[in-house]
Write a protein that binds this ligand. Structure first.
Ligand code: ZN
Length: 362
């Protein structure tokens, strides 16, 4: 089934919007807002107690996927957290370029912009895949007045963030920022609802809303002729998916539809290396494992933190940031309970994570 034909679950989005507590997504924190109890090094949007450090050594690669189509991937050094270390994309047209996502720190965006500078074209457009800080805060580094595109729900979530704080670690961690960097929110100037297409020479680029998945307003960036799909955080390869504001039942359906789509071969995930359907299928099985075991424990009255601690992750235990199973389970429990909102339930996440950490320490 082509991506456009996926069933859209607007009722879910609308009811979630109505029930949403005001506040930004990405774990409930706006870009730069760190939980009060956590150390200064806690990254924006981090669940308290889960991510107590950020990467200091980030390796990058510019990879050509098709003529004039590139992925710019970022990866933390072994043993460091992948938190907020995200991927970019670039489509080069005859006169200008499209940027796909903006990165989680101003330095990430500067590294991306420097990597594609040899193509000799200015950026005329940036597409934001969703509102999580690791995909939007680098937007300040792109030319003033550039067109910024997002799905309408993503823009609505960004509006709620208002003025984000500047993370303290930008001053001390050159992998993220410089002492003079100031965090500012750049709002999308163009929104769409179901789908829109833009053209860079003869390359057609479709922005597609597949319905709720990793967030309520994710954009898939699809190049039909090149069979390239930038999935952003609907896909994580080699890195544990983060279900901070996701809808796992819908997320699974979106992935299954993409696996059946003959128009997709190359997949750029939001985090991790470029892959294809085999890698997406592997990640999908993580989501299915989460739901299967989560459902069993939820029905048995077991807490989310204990369910996470008792879950045998198998080979996913080797994926970066495997401890995300705790916030992932907490969010899934709100989906089962019918209390799910567009933003993460911070109290439930903190509780699950604390219990998970206690049980794992034993
Ligand atoms: Zn995300």
């Amino acid at each position: 089934m082509p991506i456009e034909a996926m069933p859209l679950n607007r009722r879910r989005v609308l009811s979630a919007m109505a029930g949403a507590i005001a506040g930004a997504a990405a774990g409930g924190a706006s870009a730069g807002e760190a939980p009060a109890a956590a150390a200064a090094a806690t990254p924006p949007g981090a669940a308290p107690g889960v991510f107590n450090a950020i990467a200091t050594d980030i390796r990058t690669e510019l990879k050509q996927l098709a003529p004039n189509v590139y992925a710019f991937t970022q990866r933390e050094a072994p043993g460091q957290t992948n938190f907020s270390v995200s991927n970019f994309g670039c489509v080069v047209g005859p006169k200008s370029m499209l940027a796909i996502d903006a990165g989680g720190g101003p330095q990430h965006a500067r590294n991306f912009i420097a990597a594609v500078k040899p193509f000799g074209k200015p950026f005329d457009r940036l597409v934001i895949s969703h509102e999580h800080p690791d995909h939007i805060v680098g937007a300040t580094q792109f030319p003033d007045g550039i067109e910024v595109v997002a799905q309408e729900e993503t823009r609505a979530q960004m509006v709620k963030m208002r003025a984000p704080a500047t993370p303290a670690y930008w001053k001390t961690n050159p992998a993220w920022g410089r002492p003079d960097d100031v965090n500012r929110l750049i709002l999308p100037t163009v929104t769409y609802r179901d789908r829109m297409s833009v053209y860079y020479g003869d390359i057609q680029v479709d922005f597609v809303w597949p319905g709720p998945a990793h967030t309520s307003g994710d954009t898939l960036i699809r190049l039909p002729r090149e069979k390239v799909l930038f999935m952003s955080d609907i896909a994580f390869f080699d890195v544990t998916p983060l279900n901070g504001s996701g809808y796992v039942a819908d997320w699974i359906k979106v992935c299954e539809n993409i696996l059946r789509d003959p128009g997709v071969e190359t997949i750029v995930p939001g985090h991790g290396p470029v892959g294809g359907k085999a890698q997406l299928d592997d990640m999908l099985n993580y989501l299915k494992l989460l739901v299967r075991e989560g459902r069993r424990q939820y029905d048995a009255g077991v807490s989310a933190g204990r369910a996470a601690a008792e879950l045998d992750l198998g080979h996913y235990a080797k994926w970066t940031d495997a401890d995300r199973i705790a916030p992932n389970m907490a969010r899934l429990y709100t989906e089962f309970a019918g209390t799910i909102g567009t933003s993460m339930d911070r109290a439930a996440t903190t509780q699950a994570t604390t219990e998970y950490n206690q049980l794992k320490r034993r």
